[in-house]
Design a protein around this ligand. Sequence first.
Ligand SMILES: [Zn+2]
Ligand SMILES: [Zn+2]
Length: 300
Amino acid sequence: MRRCGNWPLHGEEKGRSRTRETKAKEIQITKRTEKRKETKGEIPEAKGRRRRNRQDRQNRQDQVREALLSILFPRCCPVCGEIVVPRGEKICPDCWKTLSFVSGPRCLRCGKELETQDGEYCLGCQRHKRSFVFGGALLNYNEVSARSMAKIKYQNRREYLDYYSEEMVRRLGRLMSRMEAEVFVPVPVHPARRRQRGYNQAEELAMRLGKLTGLPVCADALVRTKKTAPQKELSAGERLKNLEKAFAARPEFLPPGTKGVILVDDIYTTGSTVEACARVLRGAGVKRVYFLSICIGGDR
Ligand SMILES: [Zn+2]
Ligand SMILES: [Zn+2]
């Protein structure tokens, strides 16, 4: 009886404790749901924080790897070719001073240094039609930069591009942020030349720029169908026509919906190569073409 009489009371007690249990479970479930919501991206701050942490961790790992690599394989300077001192740097401080960075008033179209303060465009951009929106380069093409570019191209000194790509992002970052483009496209070399050399220096540069900026690289969007020997006897117009026939666009390799492209090359001299590539890409439906190069010739 007592036991029986006690049942309801016990039951109530049990009921109350069950209610407490249920409540605790509910709280747990709510917490879990919130956690799930966080991971699903419904709380953007938390997701951003996690991404930043991940990025910081990645950066620290990259720094450690860089430091270890610089001990195992010391870096060579892109100017003198000697091992860079201090370790960890990518160029000798003295050699850095010998580089001629593009500065002062520049052509609004190609980014060449202008010889005079007046005028907005260089002679080349005034005289010739440009199918690209605008572009820019890091260095003036002179003896020092020409020697460095030749080593990259013919002596497999691709490591020099690490320094040049970082400096390009640092110095041309503002210009790049104005480029409404979704992808980097390197200026291609003929497949036979690529086989012989083992790489395309423009593609190597584009890959590094892509890694630094997060923009994808599409090396298949342009192909070189003909080897073009330097044809000095031809006029600028004829040369351009010949060059145009040497490139073909393969827009099917571009990410769907690509409207803007940044062409990447090592040297911009008269601009005829970039112009030919820009025309071919525009002909294939790309709306905007920009360019970036390491070196650029003088205003002639
Ligand atoms: Zn040096
Ligand atoms: Zn120009």
